[in-house]
Write a new protein. Structure first.
Length: 105
């Protein structure tokens, strides 16, 4: 490994090590306004949870209903069974070409 690659790998590992601490922080306003165990901060956390849960619940319910309707549909088409011998005969049949008076030879 060259020096450039080694330095690049060390920098990437150092940034990945510092990322969890930066990602765990909340917005600056919330972090400065409330303490770590303040009831208001817990209430904000719960309200965010409920605000995020409502759209996901609606979308999952609609997807489940569509899946149920698709699986229980009465007019579902079934796959046709193909007679391979008949299909081979149809493919071997010569094409008809119209004659001068529109007749087939």
């Amino acid at each position: 490994m060259t020096n450039v690659r080694r330095n690049l790998a060390a920098t990437a590992l150092m940034l990945l090590g510092a990322a969890p601490r930066a990602l765990a922080q909340s917005c600056a306003m919330c972090a400065a306004s409330f303490g770590p165990n303040d009831p208001t901060s817990r209430a904000i956390s719960w309200s965010i949870l409920f605000l995020m849960a409502a759209p996901y619940t609606i979308v999952l319910t609609a997807a489940g209903l569509l899946f149920y309707m698709h699986r229980r549909g009465s007019g579902r088409r079934r796959a046709a069974i193909i007679d391979l011998a008949k299909a081979a005969r149809l493919l071997r049949r010569p094409a008809t070409v119209p004659g001068p008076q529109g007749e087939t030879p």
